[in-house]
Structures are given as C-alpha cells and as structure tokens.
Design a protein around this ligand. Sequence first.
Ligand code: FMN
Ligand code: ADP
Length: 324
Amino acid sequence: MLERIAGTGPLPEHLRDGVVAIGNFDGVHRGHQAVLETALAEARQRNRPALVLTFNPHPRKFFRPRSPLFVLTPPEMKAQLLNNLGFSAVVEQAFTDDLSEKSAEAFITSILRDNLGICHAVTGFNFHFGKDREGGPEFLTNAGRRHGFGVTLVDAFRDEAAHIISSSGIRQLLAQGHVAEAAGQLGYRFTVRETVINGQKLGRTLGFPTANMRLPESVELREGVYAVRFRRADGSLHDGVASFGRRPTVDDNGAPLLETFVFDFSDSLYGEDCSVSFFSYLRGEEKFNGLDELVAQMRRDEQEARALLAGMRPLSALDASVSF
Ligand SMILES: Cc1cc2nc3c(=O)[nH]c(=O)nc-3n(C[C@H](O)[C@H](O)[C@H](O)COP(=O)(O)O)c2cc1C
Ligand SMILES: Nc1ncnc2c1ncn2[C@@H]1O[C@H](COP(=O)(O)OP(=O)(O)O)[C@@H](O)[C@H]1O
C-alpha cells in the first residue's frame, strides 16, 4: 500500500535513497504516466523505492487563490492512482509562503537532499521550481552532479494524433462533456470520489433511487446524463446511469448535484465514500412536463447506459484497476 507523507521533515529510513518523480501531476494523465513509468522502471533497476513528490494545494491555486482551478485529481484520488501504478509513497509537500520563497538551490538542498535523501530524480521536460521558476531541467541536472543524485528528463508525451496531452486540455474536454475523449488522454476514465448524502427521497418513489453527491464547486464537468461505473467503499463495482445537474424538472435552483442510479442494487449508501467513473455522455439535462415524462426518459437512459457499458473494455492496466 502507498504511504501518504506530509513532507514536513526527513523521510523514514525505508523510503530514503529512493527514485523520485517530481511534479504536480494533476490528472495523472498519459503524459504524467510517461514520467511516472520512467521513475518506476529506474527504481526497479536500482532496487530502490519509487516515490512521487507533489504539491498541495496545486501551486496555481496558491498563486491565484481567487481564480478557481478545476483540480482533476484531488490528493486522495491522486494517491489512489499512484498506488495502483505501483509507487511506495507520495510526498504531499505543502505549498506554502515558505516554499514559494525558496530559491531553486534551497529547494534542492532542503527538500530533495535533506528531507527526501533521493538517489534519482525524474521530471518532465518542462518542470520548473524555486522562486520565480528559477530552476529548470538544466539546473536540476547540474545540481544532481553537485549533490550526487541522478536525473532523468522525460520528453513531452504525444497522443496518437501527435497532440501534446495536457491537464488544461483534459479540463476543457470534460467541460464540454467529452468524457470518452478525456479518458483517451487520461488513460483511464475520469473518476470522482465523494460521500453519498441525503436528497429529497423522491427518487425511490419514481423507481429510480439515486445516490447523491456534491462535487467541489471548481469541478467543471458538463451538466447532463452519463453512463457510469459506481464503486462502493468495499471495492465492489456496479454499472449505473448518472445525472449531473440542477434538476430543472423538480427544483430549478441550487448547485449541480451528481445523482447515480445504480443498476440491480437496493442497499443503503448514505454516508459511504463511493466513486463514480464517467464512460459516455448520453444527453443534456432537460426540463420535462412532469414526473411521468422524466421517468420515461430515465428508462431510456438506463437502457442506453446498460448497452454501452456492456461493450466497454479497459483502456490500460490503470483503467482496469480504477473502473473494471
Ligand atoms: C438517469 C437520470 C436522468 C435524469 N435526467 C434529468 C433531467 O433531464 N432533468 C431533470 O430535471 N432531472 C433529471 N434527473 C434527476 C431527477 O430529477 C432526480 O433524480 C429525482 O428528482 C430524484 O431526486 P432525489 O434523489 O433527490 O430523490 C435525472 C436523474 C437520473 C438518475
Ligand atoms: N439502486 C440504487 N441506486 C442508488 N441508490 C440506491 C439504490 N438502491 C438503494 N439506494 C439507496 O437509496 C438512496 C437514494 O434514494 P432516493 O429516494 O433517491 O433518496 P435521496 O433523495 O436521499 O437520494 C441512496 O443514497 C442509497 O442509499
């Protein structure tokens, strides 16, 4: 199991002298995975632990606190993905005033050398660090020579159409409801994890009980109806159909809610931490003339989602570990 470490002091002995992938890795997309797989391979070869050094909050949120940032993988989700990829630990370095003021050299001596005691660093071609982004790949490589650790830089990863994959591109796809395309770039299905809360208890009277979740306000997923896979806290997986929206038919206001009708299931889910993986966008949210019309459409949504999900295959080993 992956260890989550706050990064406030020296690492425990068993994690020192490790191979460390450094970056924000928001989304843990296929470009990030190229960096992460390089670190994993290097660690296997040296027979040393594989670690990730990442930052929380996302540095962009630190520097621009008032402009909302759609974080694709909150710390918990990122940790789960890194665990599934095979890392031993993730250092969730607090991004504070103090860290933002550190020079590139101070970042290397106090964090990489003293706290983490790394033997090898792996980063992407464009990783910058230290006050005013002073340190880049070349700085890191030279510092490694001086301080006695190796450095591997991983080139930009391109998808099949030679587009560079980026977290901001994936955020835009999700905002347009293109969850299948986003999955192609993430290498797994976009997945959110939240606690199931109480709703108006109307769903069960319609024959469509729905597990309700509030997503963070910054999540910019297109409102609409999706074919999804639902994972309970005990790890069991269920197919379902979910609506993310403001429910114009029953109440016209309020923040959007994610509501999942879980197929062939009848237990209570209240208070449980569950995850929802998005496979296909089915349609936009509509205002119906009454509940009968809504229920008729929900039946069609269910049939469409069942058929789509039956044909889905994992995109990768990571995808298989998340939603299969
Ligand atoms: C598959 C599905 C599709 C839905 N589509 C719509 C819709 O197009 N318009 C709408 O107002 N509500 C839609 N809803 C939300 C329902 O209005 C909501 O689930 C129902 O009112 C039950 O509310 P409750 O969970 O608070 O009891 C949909 C829900 C599901 C599960
Ligand atoms: N097939 C199912 N799909 C989703 N939730 C279910 C299902 N069967 C039982 N439940 C339970 O019922 C609740 C949803 O019922 P519903 O009447 O829609 O109430 P609420 O308005 O509180 O969401 C879920 O939170 C869960 O605890």
